[in-house]
Design a protein around this ligand. Structure first.
Ligand SMILES: NC(=O)c1ccc[n+]([C@@H]2O[C@H](COP(=O)([O-])OP(=O)(O)OC[C@H]3O[C@@H](n4cnc5c(N)ncnc54)[C@H](O)[C@@H]3O)[C@@H](O)[C@H]2O)c1
Length: 386
């Protein structure tokens, strides 16, 4: 196992009645800003439940945070926080709103141009306004981690920052808040969580059986509940399992002490920045191609994945790997996600644009668990994804 320092300060309040408990963890007299997205929380009654759950605190609201939240929109929230001396933030929505709130929390007390937060990937953040997360979409794990992904529309750049200061103080995980999601968003969430686990699992063996078995357990649960939670959106048990699996997939636990890849995510961010594809859909396109191109490098873990996750016992090691890749692709497609760039009308010309964007973001830096994803490998991956 690799050395690690694991830190996760987020309290989790899980269950259908836990919104009522959030007040216990917000200081009396706080001036609270609730951030939300396109307004589904207004239409489906979730905002009303939050309003009635907050007594003895002044509550302000900021809506309109878009999917793949933009610096430009978030800076308007920063201005409001400063003007009204807000001292607690609640993110009510999907990963985009939660990520956006993390940026606002840090930017409101940042000295200088807040783009510096993204330019330094969060390493210079010294303080932030406390925030809480109420996820309405089970997918990103943002509710229990210190990471955020922010887009700058004017330069088509999607950047990540991380900081211990932006972990939510608490997260209310109420599966019933996700019942109103359309099936394609749930399918996105399943794939997002699945790939989050794989980015931390499908690397190379590190003598970390706890992390491996934990990761395999999460993958099994996602495979087991996928069909039920899609077919029966109000099946509380299935949705609870999806929600908790998605949170645990990216709260740092399974990634502590093991190598991590994330190259598919970083290439996927450029797909979103340039063409607006949903985050999960970028992963369904890039990840299968990444595995295919780097199958030798990931050989040992691919065999383990085939045997333990997909139950492939027959055949040579090469056949097991082939089966695992096919089964993974079929799973994504069964959920309705395309696994090729052409499924989104993209072709060779777009490969060039994506490579140029990757170079703008990462220079000539090689990505992945062994820093082996050079620009040439990225090209091979994108061409394999055509
Ligand atoms: N911080 C992290 O660790 C992390 C990890 C992965 C992805 N991300 C980022 O998160 C963003 C994606 O977040 P997401 O996948 O949660 O989607 P999202 O937050 O972008 O939401 C997608 C859509 O679902 C709608 N929606 C949300 N909840 C709803 C509900 N209950 N009923 C009806 N509609 C609802 C939203 O209004 C939005 O239109 C991307 O920017 C991605 O890069 C962050």
């Amino acid at each position: 196992m690799l050395d690690f320092s694991f830190f996760n300060p987020t309290r989790v309040l899980f269950g259908r009645d836990m919104l009522a408990r959030m007040e216990d963890y917000i200081p009396v007299g706080a001036r609270v800003l609730v951030l939300y997205g396109g307004g589904s929380v207004l239409r489906n009654g979730t905002m009303e439940r939050v309003r009635s759950g907050l007594t003895q605190r002044e509550m302000l609201e900021f809506g309109g945070i878009e999917p793949n939240p933009t610096f430009e929109t978030l800076m308007r929230a920063v201005a409001l926080v400063r003007e009204k001396s807000v001292d607690f933030l609640i993110a009510l929505g999907g990963g985009s709103v939660i990520d956006g709130a993390k940026f606002v929390a840090a930017a409101a007390v940042w000295d200088g141009d807040p783009w510096g937060i993204l330019a330094t990937r969060g390493s210079e953040i010294r303080t932030a306004i406390p925030l809480a997360a109420i996820p309405t979409l089970p997918a990103t794990g943002s509710e229990m981690n210190g990471t955020a992904v922010i887009t700058r529309a004017d330069i088509a750049a999607k950047r990540v920052f991380k900081s211990e200061h932006v972990f939510p103080v608490f997260a209310v995980l109420d599966p019933t808040l996700t019942f109103t999601l359309p099936p394609w968003q749930i399918a996105n969430g399943i794939v997002d969580a699945f790939v989050h686990v794989l980015e931390q699992y499908l690397t190379y063996p590190a003598d970390a059986p706890v992390q491996d078995r934990f990761a395999e357990g999460l993958l099994h649960v996602l495979l087991e509940v996928a069909d039920t939670t899609l077919a029966e959106p109000e099946n509380y048990d299935a949705r609870s399992s999806l929600m908790w699996a998605a949170t645990l997939a990216l709260n740092g636990l399974i990634g502590a002490g093991v190598p991590q890849d994330w190259s598919s995510h970083l290439i996927g961010h450029e797909l979103t920045a340039l063409y607006g594809l949903d985050h999960a859909r970028t992963l369904a396109v890039v990840f299968p191609a990444m595995l295919s191109v780097r199958r030798e490098e990931k050989r040992a873990k691919l065999i383990q994945y085939a045997e333990r996750v997909w139950g492939v016992r027959e055949g040579s090691d090469d056949e097991k790997i082939r089966s695992a890749l096919t089964l993974t692709n079929e799973f994504f497609m069964r959920l309705g996600l395309g696994i090729h760039l052409s499924d989104y009308g993209l072709g060779q010309g777009d490969v060039e644009a994506l490579l140029a964007a990757l170079e703008r973001t990462h220079g000539t830096c090689a990505l992945g668990e062994r820093q082996s994803v050079t620009p040439d490998v990225a090209r091979a991956v994108l061409e394999a994804a055509l």
